[in-house]
Design a protein around this ligand. Structure first.
Ligand code: G3P
Length: 218
């Protein structure tokens, strides 16, 4: 499973990238707002840092305007994936931008039928939002599994990009369900290393080592 980082924080991306943890990046208007940076400038910086796809989202709501914005965003770098919303206009823009040869990520997906439409429109990625479904007492992970089954049934090549990930458990479950990609905030990716038995084991090893009085490097 590929890891994308769901942030426009360049320092956080660089830190995880140095560990080989970054296969791509996803941004959205809220994350750009949070970064406090100009969308063109920060997206260019991220694209230069990361070799994989970098999602940058359009904000127009009408297809022609989305296509214009998408083309402008795609000019930033070859690894831009234009993010369009799951609406009929978004799907029209998806089709047109794919015909241009751009990667397209269809975002704000909350149902299997929406995922089917995105695949038929030729989306490179579909972004089902797990956490926001959980927020309204629906089962976000179930959606990931259902989309996986449907895409496999028909051989759709659209990659399942699990988004709105809120916990380490979400990532493990998405991996079991066969999501192609999980995009998660840097803090959630950092938490994947944590286990209380690892901490307890380290404490015990270090306590015993101190009793030997030895050093590995003089
Ligand atoms: O990039 C879109 C998505 O990951 C947003 O997550 O936590 O705002 O629902 P969240």
């Amino acid at each position: 499973m590929k890891f994308f980082v769901d942030t426009a924080d360049v320092a956080a991306i660089a830190e995880l990238d140095a560990l080989g943890m970054v296969d791509g990046v996803t941004t959205n208007p809220s994350l750009i707002m949070k970064s406090g940076r100009d969308i063109h400038e920060v997206t260019r910086e991220i694209c230069a840092l990361v070799a994989g796809p970098v999602s940058a989202e359009v904000v127009a709501t009408e297809a022609d305007a989305m296509i214009r914005e998408g083309r402008r965003l795609a000019e930033i770098a070859d690894n831009i994936a234009v993010k369009v919303p799951m609406t009929w206009d978004g799907l029209k823009a998806c089709r047109a931008l794919r015909n241009d040869g751009c990667m397209v990520n269809v975002t704000l997906c909350f149902s299997t039928n929406q995922a089917l439409l995105a695949a038929k429109a030729g989306a490179s990625f579909i972004s089902p939002f797990i956490g926001r479904l959980d927020d309204i007492n629906l089962d976000g992970l179930q959606l990931i599994g259902d989309i996986r089954i449907i895409y496999d049934n028909y051989g759709f090549e659209t990659e399942v990009l699990a988004a709105s990930i809120r916990s380490a458990n979400h990532i493990a479950e998405c991996a079991k369900l066969g999501a192609d990609v999980a995009t998660a905030p840097p803090d959630v990716i950092r938490k994947l290393v944590q286990h209380p038995l690892t901490d307890r084991g380290m404490d015990a090893f270090l306590a015993d080592w101190a009793k030997t009085g030895q050093r590995i490097v003089a």
